[in-house]
Design a protein around this ligand. Structure first.
Ligand code: PRP
Ligand code: URA
Length: 217
């Protein structure tokens, strides 16, 4: 399984703003979209492309277009913060959704929604900004793999070593693209140094301190 860390200066510039606890949700959303585009620059490398003739205002030449048979699958909720970027880059993309919520105590994901277009033989871009324990990503990969895609590319913003190891063990054919490979997880399964709870920061549902809030029971 290939792991690509996109350490381009522009990606790191954007990631630093996302990490900053002072970044409010409206800015967080904009930066998350821009950073997704930066990670996508690497994540689409090697996707099938076709050579086409193109007429410029001056002469004919040839160019390359990425084969458009791509399925984007955001893992709800936080993956929604990456979808708009992908849909703008590939307006003809098919979109499926997988809803997973991680339990605060067991850290295991529970599935609450699934709507996937046909994925057999297609290239799946699985979108979730945070790869922490890897339970959510592995669960989503299992749901997609049983439908026989050509491949799955997992695109995230921050990954922890534990999540990378789990995907590597359980889904060795999935390639991972991330803007950062962080140090560790804390005892609540949050990535260190990380950026906190991505979904809360994206949708303005966190505490004012920017720290992850325990879900009400
Ligand atoms: C977050 C994140 C991932 C998951 C990562 O989602 O978006 O899906 O946690 O953790 P893991 O690698 O340990 O599974 P969360 O369950 O908090 O739901 P949300 O997107 O609705 O906030
Ligand atoms: N989910 C998040 O949103 N952030 C983390 O650090 C871990 C899981």
């Amino acid at each position: 399984m290939a792991l690509t860390v996109v350490d381009h200066p522009l990606a790191q510039h954007l990631l630093t703003q996302l990490r900053d606890v002072q970044t409010p949700p409206p800015v967080f959303r904009t930066i998350a979209k821009r950073l997704t585009i930066a990670v996508m620059l690497e994540a689409v490398r090697g996707l099938p492309a076709v050579e086409v003739d193109v007429q410029t205002p001056l002469e004919r030449t040839t160019g390359r277009l990425i084969f458009p048979d791509i399925v984007a699958v955001p893992i709800l909720r936080a993956g929604l913060g990456m979808l708009e970027a992908v849909a703008e880059l590939f307006p003809e993309v098919s979109v499926g959704y997988i809803g997973l919520e991680r339990d605060d105590v067991t850290l295991l994901p529970t599935s609450y929604y699934e709507k996937l277009p046909p994925v057999e033989g297609r290239h799946v871009l699985l979108l979730d900004p945070m790869l922490a324990t890897g339970g959510s990503a592995a669960g989503a990969c299992a749901k997609i793999e049983e439908r026989h895609p050509a491949e799955i590319r997992f695109i995230c913003v921050v990954a922890a070593p534990q999540g990378v190891d789990k995907l590597r063990r359980e889904h060795p054919h999935v390639s991972i693209f991330t803007a950062a490979l962080d140090r560790d997880l804390n005892d609540r399964g949050y990535i260190l140094p990380g950026l906190g709870d991505f979904g809360d920061r994206l949708f303005g549902t966190g505490s004012d301190s920017g720290l992850p809030r325990s879900r009400p029971r």
